[in-house]
Write a protein that binds this ligand. Sequence first.
Ligand code: B3K
Ligand code: ZN
Length: 877
Amino acid sequence: MRDPAPQTIYLNDYKVSPFLINKTDLVFDLGEHSTRVTTTLTVERNPQSTEQDAVLVLHGSAELDLQSVQINGQLLGEGDYVQDSDSLTLNNMPVSGVITTEVLIKPQLNTTMMGLYRSRTLYCTQCEAEGFRDITYYLDRPDVMSEFTTRVIADKATYPVLLSNGNPIDQGDLEGGKHFVTWHDPFKKPAYLFALVAGTLACVEDSFTTMSGRDIKLQIFVEEKDLDKCAHAMLSLKNSMAWDEETYGREYDLDIFMIVAVDDFNMGAMENKGLNIFNTSAVLANPRTTTDASFQRVEAIVAHEYFHNWSGNRVTCRDWFQLSLKEGFTVYRDSQFSADMNSPTVKRIEDASYLRTHQFAEDGGPMSHPVQPDSYMEINNFYTLTVYEKGSEVVGMIRTLLGPDTFRKGSDLYFDRHDGQAVTIEEFVRAMEDASGRDLTQFRRWYKQSGTPVLKVRSQHDAEAQTLTLDFEQSCPATPGQNEKLPFVIPVKLGLVGEKGNDLVLNANGDTQIIYELNEAKQTLLIEGVGESAVPSLLRGLSAPVKLDYGYSTEQLAHLMANDSDGFNRWDASQTLCLGVLKQLTQDSLRDRPMALNSQVIDAYRALLTDESLDPAMVALMLQLPSEALLHEEAEIIHAAAIHDARSFVRTALAGSLADQFMALYQRHNTQPTYAPDAQQIGSRSLKNAALNYLMLVGDTGIKLAWQQFESADNMTDKAAALSALVNCPEASKYAEQALAEFEAEYRDEALVMNLWLQIQAINSQTGGLARVRDLMNHSAFTMSNPNKLRSLIGAFCNANLVNFHNPDGSGYAFLQEQVIALNNKNPQVAARLVTPLTRWKQFPEPNSGLMRKALQAIADEPGLVKDVLEIATKSL
Ligand code: B3K
Ligand code: ZN
C-alpha cells in the first residue's frame, strides 16, 4: 500500500470546506466476503466559503471499491466523476443535493486497525484521525459536522449485538438469518467520532442520574469471560460523570453511554460519541489479574474518554493542528480527576516524572514540535507527548495564572460559546482572556514555540540588609525550524525553607508561598526580612514545564528533602540529589575510577526510611531513583552501560547500608488486607515492593522473601512485583525459571496477564536480553498482529531495557529495524511509533551513534515505506 508521494500539510493553508454535509445516512451490510456501505449525504455549499464554484472532492482511499454514485437519485456515468486512490471528485455538483454512494470494503483483510476492521470475532472501527475515508467517500475533516443515522445489518447468530453512536431507533429481523439495528445520533459530529461494533458480546449495565435528574443507561460490553473485570471501569465512569458535573458543570447529553472492549487496538481508547471503544488493557480490571498501576490507568482512561464528550465532541477541533485543544485540555481534566480520586501529590509526581523523561526527550530530539504544530506529513504521528502532556501543562499554567475560580469561568465561557462548533486553540485562549480580563498574548508562545525552556536561578543573601535576591534567567534551546525563541510567561511557584525547616514569610501579606511571574529573559525578585540562610524551594509542583538550574548543594537538597512543606518538592529534591550523584558516578564508571556513595546521601535515605510519619507512597517514589530513561534524557552524551552501572551501584550501596531499614519497612507493609485499589493500599504495596527490590541486592534474604511473596500473593501487584524481582536477580535464576513457568501455567488464558509476563522478561536487564526477546517472539502468547503484544515485548525491550537495546554491537538496532520493516505495511501507526528509540542517535557516542543512524537509514531506504514511518525516519536522519 505504498503511499503516493507524501505531501506536507500546513496550518497556514487552512481553508473552510466549500461544502457541508447536513445529514449522513449509512447502511452497513456486514457480509462474509465483503461489507457493503451505502452512504447518503445531504450536501450543500458552505456559505462561508469563498470558493462557490468548487467541485466536490470527497476523501477516500484505495480500500474502497466503488459500485455506484448518484446525485439526487440520478445514477452518474463514468464521465461525471473522477476517482483516484484517495478521492472521488464530482464535477457537476449542484448548489445542494443528495449524494448516494455504494462501496465494498473488506474489513477482514484490514490489518491497519483504522477504519472498519476485525478484532478476533468482532467488527469494530477506529476513525480518528482520518480512518472514516477507509470506510466510505466523505468530507473526512473535523470541521464538517453532520447528523448521523446508521443502520447495521449482519448475521443474527454470529453478530447478535449491533452498535453505533446515539440511540437505537429501529431494529428487526431480515431474511437469510440476518437482522438489523438502526442508530440515530442527534448531535452533529465530525466523521472521526463515528463508531460501529458488531459481534457476540456480554454486557454489564448500570445507570447514572445526572444533575438535572436524567437517567443515563451505562453499558460495558466485553467477552463473556471478562464479565468479572468490569466493576472498576463502571465505578470510574460514574465517578467521572459526577466529577465533571461538579468540577466543570458539564452534564452528559445522550440517554446511553456505551463502552466496548476490544483486544486489537492501536492505542488506549477512543471517545466516539456515546460509544467509546477501548483496548481491553484500558478497561478490564480485577485484583487477580490486574496490577495497581493498571487499575489506575483504567480509571484515568475511562475518565479521559468520558471527559472528551465535552472537550472534544461537543466542542471539537477545526483542523488537526488544533489537536491539543481537545487532547491537552482533556489530559489536564483527567489528571485533575485522578488527583482528586487518589493522592494529588503522588499524581503530580507521576505526571512530572513522565513529562521530564519522555516529553522533554521529544522536545530535545529531531521530532520536536510546538503544542500547536504548523505542519505534518501524517497526522497520526502528532498524537505526541508534546500535544498531550505538554498541552496539558499549558492548560495547567493558565489555571495557575488565572486562579481556579476564574479558570472555571473561562471554561464555562468556552463551552457555552462554542458548543456544537469546531474551533481553534486561539478560541480557547480567548475565552480564558475574556473571562479573566487578562492579556495572554505573550502566554500564547507556549503553543507556538517548541523546546523545553531552561530556568536558571541564582540567589544572594544579604545578612545585614536581611534580603534575599533571586536572579532568574530563562532561555530555550534551538529546535528544528526554530532557532530563536522569545521569552515565555513562566509561573514560578516558590517558597523559602528556613534553617529550622520552617516556611519563611515572603511579603507584607504574610504569604509563605507565592506565584512569581517571569516574562522577561532576565528578572530579579527581592525578598525582604530574610534574616537567616534560607533554601529556596522553586517551581513547586513543577509549576511550569521547564528545566530548573539552581546549583543546589548536597546539604541544601538534603534540607529540602527532609523539610520542604511542599511534598512534591521534597521528592524533587531527592531526584535532584540522586541525579547529581548518578551523573558523577557515570563519569567514574566511564573512566574506570572507583565508585563510592557519599555518606550524606545514605544519611538522607536513612532518615527517610525511619520516619514512620511519612506517606508510604511518597517514600516509595523517593526510593525509585531517577530511571535510566531519565538519565538518558539528562545526559549530553548517552553512555548507556555506564548509566546502568552507576544506577545499579547506588541501589546496591543503599541496599547494603540500609538493609535492616528495608527489612523493617518490608515487614511493616507486608500486611494482606482485602484488596482495594485505593491510594492508601497502593502506597503501602508500592513501598513494600520497593523495599523488596533493594533486599534482592543483599544476599538471599530477598530471594526468599520474593519467592514467598510470589507463592502467597492474592493480587497481581504483589505477584508481578515478586516475579519481576526474581527475574532481574542473577542469583535467583532457578527460582525465576520456576516462577515464570508457574505464572504461565496459571494465566495462559488471560491475554493481558500474559502481556505482563512478556513485558517483565523483555525488560530483564541482565545480559542476553535480545536473545530472550527473540525466543519469546516464538511463544504462543506472542503475535505480531496484536499491538498490545508488540508493545509488551518489542516496545518494552527497545524503550525500557536500555542497556540491552543499546548493546554496542548494534544487535538491538538491527532487531528494531527488522521489526519496523515487518510492520510497515501491516500496521503503519504501530510501526511508526516503534521507530522512536532510534531517533536520538546524535546523543550517543560511537559505535552506537553510527549504528543507530545506519538502522534508521535502512528503514528510510526501504522500498514501499508508508508515510507514517517515512516521516519519522527522514526527519530524524
Ligand atoms: N482521541 C484518541 C486518539 C486517537 C489516535 C489516532 N491515531 C484517544 C484519546 O486521546 O482519547
Ligand atoms: Zn484524548
